[in-house]
Design a binder for this molecule. Structure first.
Ligand SMILES: [Zn+2]
Length: 256
């Protein structure tokens, strides 16, 4: 099957242990519309490594956190990526609030989606895609309506494994149903028998062992169009490129 690659642009402060989660975060997040973001040096360096990787031409979608466009050094790097023919841009929220970890709030979620959509689409122009990935994987059924209302056509937040059911009101299949009933295409991430095979699972043992094997198993042809065909959805984080002294690469077979 064809694979669709994407990265999330999370910085260190976007880790739920730092910000965005009602119980797990050390910093308060009274409002979704955070301001004055400045990228960490680690993210800037990792983005430089990612740019080098992207220059070999594989199609890749960048799920951007809208507040990051506050930072000139980070935006400059996004502009380099935007100038490449193989990149597209999509939405990973405004400030990485883990929406379904908080009480249901349709109004604020809708406002956040509209502001993020407008900011990222204005930045990325014809490279914009109305696609969404929920911060921290926190998606729930009530989020489907606002997503459709804000014009999003594809969601890639669901990780169909027993490890994340608790984030999704207890049942990811119900969430998937709500999303699809709202007319949005769901592209769940790759899993293995053990659990998630994308994102943090790429560096978390024992998931990482099986995740790398699943990514590497065959040479997937790649696509930039996950809308009109079934795809294997593979994603990682920009910050992963800071691993192994900057030598980390997504564990695709050698040809990628
Ligand atoms: Zn994220």
């Amino acid at each position: 099957m064809t694979a669709w690659l994407s990265v999330d642009t999370d910085d260190l402060l976007h880790l739920p242990s730092n910000r965005g989660h009602p119980h797990r975060s050390s910093q308060k997040m009274p409002h979704w519309q955070t301001r004055d973001y400045r990228a960490s040096q680690r993210l800037l360096d990792a983005t430089d490594r990612f740019i080098e990787w992207a220059q070999q031409g594989s199609p890749v979608t960048i799920f951007l956190i809208a507040e990051q466009l506050d930072c000139p050094e980070f935006t400059q790097r996004m502009n380099i990526l935007l100038s490449m023919p193989n990149t597209t841009f999509a939405c990973h929220g405004w400030g990485h609030r883990c929406w379904s970890a908080w009480p249901e709030d349709i109004k604020s979620f809708s406002d956040m989606l509209v502001h993020s959509r407008d900011r990222i689409s204005k930045f990325s122009g014809k490279s914009w895609r109305p696609w969404f990935r929920a911060p921290g994987g926190y998606i729930e059924s009530w989020m489907a309506g606002p997503l459709a209302g804000a014009g999003f056509r594809l969601d890639s937040s669901i990780n169909p494994s027993r490890w994340v059911n608790r984030k999704m009101g207890g049942d990811w299949s119900k969430v998937k149903q709500s999303i699809e009933q709202s007319g949005i295409i769901e592209r769940s991430w790759l899993t293995t028998w053990l659990g998630p095979a994308c994102g943090p699972a790429l560096s978390l043992f024992p998931f990482s062992f099986f995740a790398k094997r699943a990514w590497n198993k065959k040479s997937f042809p790649l696509t930039d169009d996950p809308v009109n065909q079934e795809v294997v959805t593979l994603y990682w984080h920009l910050l992963d490129h800071s691993r192994s002294s900057g030598r980390w690469k997504p564990p695709l077979s050698k040809s990628k």
